[in-house]
Design a protein around this ligand. Structure first.
Ligand code: SAM
Length: 321
């Protein structure tokens, strides 16, 4: 791959367009913009939307600026974190004042890392190549994978690996990492993790270091905290009739999205199932589907990243202004 090119194939793009291009005119916030693949498709389908595109990664924003050049009069790009969605929306008022308030009528979260982040060895995300223990999406951040791998105490490291990735050998892996310190780079880490996993278990479930790398990446970028804050902000910012769509590739993240949407759709109702609500709960959204959308086998065949995707979407309730 050309090192400077940004090749990322958006997942479930037709479904995302169908969901988000059905909204009235207003602001579309893509808070995990990546190379702008989803955003470009949504803007092409809906001429009445303007985009606030957010990403923590400067390389992603540069790629998105190129991809979105045909729509530049209705695009603002911002380096920042989805967890600060409300602050970023307030700090960057709409270019066109088509809707009242914040005017946010659609939000997209396409979680995790992009293909270029994984493919570039110098970002340190990959267990397949030698790179620095970095894994930061935002390279202005001080905290890196090296802090987790070479400086966390054994118990904290084991908890991170267990909680973020459901890794059943978390304790063995954490022990092996602590004993092998200093771990020099990502391929050294991958070897230590592989050797800590019993040989029989190494033969199933893909690369033996995959889950540990994912767990460390999620810790470095505080991904679960970011997701929780982004969901809160997105639901609060949306105008009535506005829609939020979230693509998750990890069961923990999908569970967080599902639970958040269920609480929003029931208003956190605590009444016994089957009885009319008497607790005064007020739903704020309706689910656009009770379960999640998945990719078809045809899509997975051409884009392996699509294999684990779960897409969920909601629409904000209330009377349009
Ligand atoms: C799966 S990619 C998005 C791909 C994009 N939908 C496309 O079509 O090109 C995820 C992107 O979100 C960014 N990202 C992940 N978590 C983020 C967060 N909390 N705040 C801002 N950007 C984030 C990553 O840097 C990465 O560029």
């Amino acid at each position: 791959m050309d090192d400077d090119a940004f090749h990322h194939v958006p997942v479930l793009v037709d479904r995302v367009v169908e969901l988000l291009a059905a909204v009235p005119d207003g602001r579309f916030v893509d808070a995990t913009l990546g190379g702008g693949g989803h955003a470009a498709a949504v803007l092409a389908a809906h001429p009445g939307l303007e985009l606030l595109g957010i990403d923590r990664d400067d390389a992603a924003l540069a790629a998105a600026a190129e991809r979105l050049a045909p729509y530049r009069e209705r695009v603002q790009l911002v380096r920042g974190a989805a967890g600060d969605l409300a602050g970023l929306v307030r700090a960057h008022p709409p270019i066109h004042h088509r809707t009242p308030g914040t005017g946010v009528i659609a939000v997209l979260l396409d979680l995790g890392v992009s293909s270029p982040q994984l493919d570039r060895a110098d970002r340190g995300f990959s267990y397949r190549s030698a790179g620095p223990l970095d894994m930061r999406m935002d390279r202005r951040q001080g905290f890196t994978a090296d802090d987790v791998v070479n400086h966390y105490d054994y118990a904290t490291l084991a908890r991170v690996i267990r909680d973020n990735a459901d890794e059943r050998f978390a304790s063995r892996i954490a022990r092996a990492i602590v004993e092998a310190r200093p771990i020099e780079d990502s391929s050294h880490l991958a070897r230590v993790v592989r050797d800590a996993i019993p040989a029989a278990a190494r033969r199933t479930g893909g690369h033996p270091a995959k889950r540990t790398f994912q767990a460390i990446r999620m810790e470095v970028n505080a991904e679960l905290d970011q997701l929780a804050a982004a969901l809160d902000d997105a639901v609060a910012l949306l105008q009535p009739g506005g829609r939020l769509a979230v693509l998750a590739y990890h069961s923990l993240e999908d569970r967080a999205v599902k639970d958040h949407f269920r609480d929003d759709a029931t208003g956190g109702c605590t009444c016994p199932p089957g009885l009319p609500c008497a607790c005064g709960a007020e739903p704020t959204v309706r689910l656009l589907r009770s379960g999640a959308w998945k990719a078809t086998s045809d899509e997975v065949e051409v884009n392996r990243r699509a294999e684990s995707v779960r897409l969920r979407a909601v629409e904000k309730l209330g009377e349009p202004a």
